[in-house]
Write a protein that binds this ligand. Structure first.
Ligand SMILES: Cc1cc2nc3c(=O)[nH]c(=O)nc-3n(C[C@H](O)[C@H](O)[C@H](O)COP(=O)(O)O)c2cc1C
Length: 369
């Protein structure tokens, strides 16, 4: 029955019906239904074969294409294999905290349809390290899979939780992300302050050495900081062995959604209104860290043009989440196809040759308020 249904979903009309059906559900139920469909094999595998122009090296990881699923979609590593089969070049599971956590009370996820945006205050709801560890250990994933780690909200020492995350997943993940940018855990973004960040990086990078692991570690930052704060972060990471940055998490800003239903809800805003803010911050970080450090660009990617802009601003790879809520999974092939066409139009060999070609122009833009 599953395979029959899966071939049905290859039919574009039925796919659109499924997407519209999901959009009519409460957002958290729609997300759960999507996870169940992926677990049950109800979503067709991609027929798109990644051309060589899309292959990239991201901090030593060989990606067959540079378009990834952002953290928060597969929090508990339930569908990372399916995400790879759909055709994503990387999948980031988590955020995982050491102990299970319920997150904030519902409702905590809100669509803002006219702006193709979402506000979430999930609050790191997840089953904790143990469940995800077992699922990752028992799966055969060929797509690059990262584990995004965080801290329990009632933890006495946030840094210790990250150290625990590195120690637990260093030998099983392809890369790790230290997420200090969720707006929904009080005090978490405080880890971006110079004093705390120094300690956090020292201890987590040391934990990786102790495990004799050499997987890349990324730091995921918020878009809500000024240039002075970005200077401080760049200065702190420069002498460390950190492998890359993820720019960015959702924003506390309400630009582009003011007066729309749900815009007053507390939480992080993602999707189209985040695009300019996150892309400007990405370019400004690229200017500060130079061309070598890997950067994953996230925030508001919603079509091939916005995906291309992230590379031009300085991203080596990109991730997305919110646009999939509105555009469905077929958006992935649309983006990959658009990127290949652009590489060929410019008579280049690889998407990597586009990275940073418009960093200065993006960095000079004014953050919309
Ligand atoms: C419902 C939801 C849950 C999220 N949960 C996490 C999370 O657990 N950890 C994390 O690092 N980012 C999380 N994010 C942020 C995304 O990974 C991404 O950085 C952000 O949404 C911007 O990308 P987008 O505009 O493509 O969605 C979440 C986003 C959404 C919409």
């Amino acid at each position: 029955m599953f395979s029959a249904l899966s071939s049905l979903l290859k039919n574009p009309t039925l796919r659109h019906m499924a997407r519209d059906g999901l959009l009519s559900l409460d957002p958290e139920r729609a997300h759960k239904a999507t996870i169940i469909a992926l677990q049950g094999g109800l979503v067709a595998q991609s027929e798109f074969i990644d051309p060589k122009e899309l292959r990239v090296n991201l901090a030593g990881l060989q990606l067959s294409n540079p378009v990834g699923m952002a953290a928060g979609f597969d929090k508990d590593a339930q569908v990372h294999e399916a995400i790879g089969n759909i055709g994503f070049g990387l999948c980031e599971v988590g955020t995982l905290t050491p102990r299970p956590q319920n997150g904030h009370s519902k409702p905590r996820l809100f669509r803002i349809m006219p702006a193709r945006a979402v506000i979430n205050r999930m609050g790191f709801n997840n089953e904790g390290h143990d469940g995800a560890y077992v699922r990752l250990a028992n799966s055969e994933f060929s797509t690059i899979t990262g584990v995004n780690i965080g801290a329990n909200k009632d933890s006495k020492d946030f840094v210790a939780d990250y150290v625990q995350g590195v120690t637990r997943f260093a030998n099983i993940a392809d890369y790790l992300t230290i997420n200090i940018s969720s707006p929904n855990t009080p005090g978490l973004r405080g880890l971006q302050s110079p004093h705390m960040l120094k300690r956090l990086l020292n201890e987590t990078l040391e934990a990786r050495s102790k495990k004799n692991a050499n997987l890349p570690i990324f730091l995921k930052i918020a878009p809500d900081m000024d240039e002075e704060a970005m200077d401080a972060i760049a200065k702190i990471i420069a002498p460390t062995d950190l492998d890359g940055l993820i720019v960015s998490n959702s924003t506390l800003s309400r630009t582009g959604v003011r007066k729309l239903p749900h815009s007053e809800e507390a939480g992080g805003l993602s999707g189209v209104p985040l695009f300019d803010i996150a892309t400007i911050r990405l370019a400004q970080m690229r200017q500060r860290v130079g061309p070598k450090l890997a950067i994953i660009g996230v925030g508001g990617v919603h079509d091939a043009k916005s995906a291309l802009a992230k590379f031009e601003a300085g991203a080596d790879a990109i991730q997305l989440y919110t646009a999939l809520v509105f555009g469905g999974l077929e958006l992935l092939d649309i983006i990959k196809l658009g990127l290949v066409r652009e590489v060929r139009r410019q008579k280049l060999k690889s998407i990597s040759q586009i990275v940073g070609t418009k960093t200065d122009a993006w960095a000079a833009k004014t953050i919309p308020h």
